[in-house]
Design a protein around this ligand. Structure first.
Ligand code: ZN
Length: 510
């Protein structure tokens, strides 16, 4: 009944039609410890699941942790910004994970209230003291140069140089991250220790070999997978930060891996991946795709996903949208920090504005603003881990699987209950009313169902009852789960049984 399917990028998905089950298997595994799960950093799920309908065996392997580490290491040193070749090189690397469409928006293009800035590229940038010793050099850390610094070549006294130097007095061995995108300025970021050692009577040679090209362009990338329903969800992330690992290499890597997994799963809904420089890139993207984006149903801004700290969820402006419900269900077995919506943060600021009103949440692990290393050189490769990223990836994947199950059905014939035994959907002696969640749990999986007929048991029977009531062409499975107290998965299985019997059909299918 189920075919084995392999994917091309390192993970194997068996019984891929059963992927909606994965969320429950993982939760079950954590409760029962009967499935070896999440051996640090390389979660492997191997399970036999017996439901009222089917026994399925499958293996899910996530991306190899080595592959994630490799992406981190290759992307980390690249000088990224709102624009420039570093962004293109980063997108080249991400294109190895999933196919991306690339768009160049010419500098000077008006996008709503904004103008795309000139393209910025840096060849070298450093400060040397009077004896020619290097004080700072952007070649050792991209954070040393204030992002979007104008070209500069000068010999300056310390007092002349000092207004252009940025430090963190509280973190003496840490380089801050500073930008000056729209104010034509220049500057260097350095450790307070380095700053303290600079001779106040010395003169310094400053060189910033940068270009601000009015003929250049801003680069963004996207990808889309078309589903069967009319619903579309977006995964958006930003590529403008230089060498910082959690904010936001982790978001770039996770969003790309997640999208590729969705792409290979033949999803029910449509999904769109958007990789843009934060703010101006999202604004440019929305401007270029105004019509299409107005009909997007919701999404996630994927950022800060691989730190050592706690999981978090920043809710959408709706707070109760399916993206919120799905994220909370996916996070259900974890301790996580809840963040209310605020029109700050990342590109949810743009997606949430009145012209679009796209509810966008964020599942995080060490959320931006909340960790000491945020926007500093401490947010380096030692701060993040492939293990942490994989765990967040699995949570995002579960959230997507919940969204996939959140369907709306209508009955072919809406009057009164169905006579279930006419459709082989009756409970039999094998069934247990109110059977507890049992996935992977042997004690609940050995029922004698007798003949080959379809049997409904326990919660699934309850699910059928609720669906006979609720399949009105408007009520979603999330809403019905809320009202009934049944799990989304139970209702989804029951819906599949009713659909197989041709008693209900999904609506919002194009
Ligand atoms: Zn940031």
């Amino acid at each position: 009944m189920y075919e084995e399917k392999s994917t091309q990028s390192g993970y194997v998905v068996d019984v891929f039609e059963c992927l909606p089950l994965v969320a429950d298997v993982r939760h079950c595994a954590e409760r029962h410890h009967d499935i070896e799960l999440a051996a640090a950093g390389n979660p492997v799920v191997e399970a036999t699941i017996t439901t009222g309908y089917t026994t399925v065996e499958f293996v899910v392997r996530t991306m190899d942790a080595d592959e994630i580490s490799n992406l981190f290491e290759r992307l980390f040193p690249i000088q990224r910004s709102l624009t420039g070749d570093g962004n293109r090189r980063s997108l080249d690397i991400l294109s190895e994970v999933t196919p991306l469409n690339r768009t160049e928006v010419p500098a000077g293009t008006s996008v709503y209230d904004w103008t795309v800035p000139p393209e910025w590229n840096v060849d070298e940038a450093w400060i040397r003291d009077g004896s020619g010793e290097t004080v700072v050099d952007v070649a050792t850390n991209t954070l040393h140069l204030v992002n979007y610094s104008v070209p500069m070549e000068a010999t300056l006294s310390f007092d002349e140089l000092e207004p252009h130097l940025y430090t963190l007095p509280e973190m003496v061995d840490t380089i801050p991250y500073r930008t000056s995108y729209y104010e034509r300025d220049w500057g260097f970021c350095l450790r307070q220790n380095t700053f303290d050692e600079m001779d106040r009577d010395e003169t310094y040679e400053v060189r910033i070999d940068a270009e601000l090209d009015e003929e250049g362009s801003l680069t963004y990338a996207d990808a889309r997978v078309e589903g069967k329903s009319e619903r579309e969800y977006v995964l958006s992330t930003y590529c403008c930060h230089p060498s910082m690992a959690n904010d936001n290499l982790s978001g770039l890597i996770l969003a790309t891996l997640l999208f590729e997994r969705i792409r290979q799963s033949d999803p029910y809904h449509s999904y769109r991946l958007i990789i843009v420089p934060e703010t101006i890139g999202a604004i440019a993207y929305l401007h270029d795709h105004e019509r299409a984006m107005k009909s997007v149903d919701g999404g996630y801004v994927v950022t800060t996903t691989a730190g050592p700290g706690s999981f978090g969820y920043k809710e959408s402006f709706r707070g109760d949208h399916p993206v919120d419900t799905a994220a909370r269900l996916a996070l259900d077995s974890y301790d996580y920090d809840q963040y209310d919506f605020a029109p700050t943060g990342s590109d949810e600021r743009q997606y949430s504005t009145p012209g679009f009103r796209i509810p966008t949440g964020s599942i995080t692990k060490d959320k931006y603003y909340e960790y000491d290393a945020y926007h500093t050189s401490e947010d380096d490769l030692s701060f993040v881990s492939a293990d942490a990223l994989e765990r967040t990836l699995e949570i995002y994947w579960d959230a997507i699987q919940y969204l996939e199950m959140d369907r709306v059905y209508t009955r072919r014939q809406p009057h009164c209950e169905f006579k279930l035994d006419r459709h082989d959907l009756h409970p039999t002696t094998g069934g247990q009313k109110h059977q507890p969640a049992h996935l992977g749990d042997e004690s609940h999986s050995e029922h004698d169902y007798g003949d080959d007929e379809t049997v409904t048991t326990g919660d699934v029977q309850d699910g059928i009852n609720w669906l006979m009531f609720g399949c009105d062409g408007e009520t979603s499975l999330f809403a019905l789960a809320e009202q009934s107290g049944l799990s989304v998965l139970t209702l989804f299985r029951a819906a599949q049984a009713l659909q197989d019997a041709d008693l209900i059909v999904p609506v919002e299918v194009s």
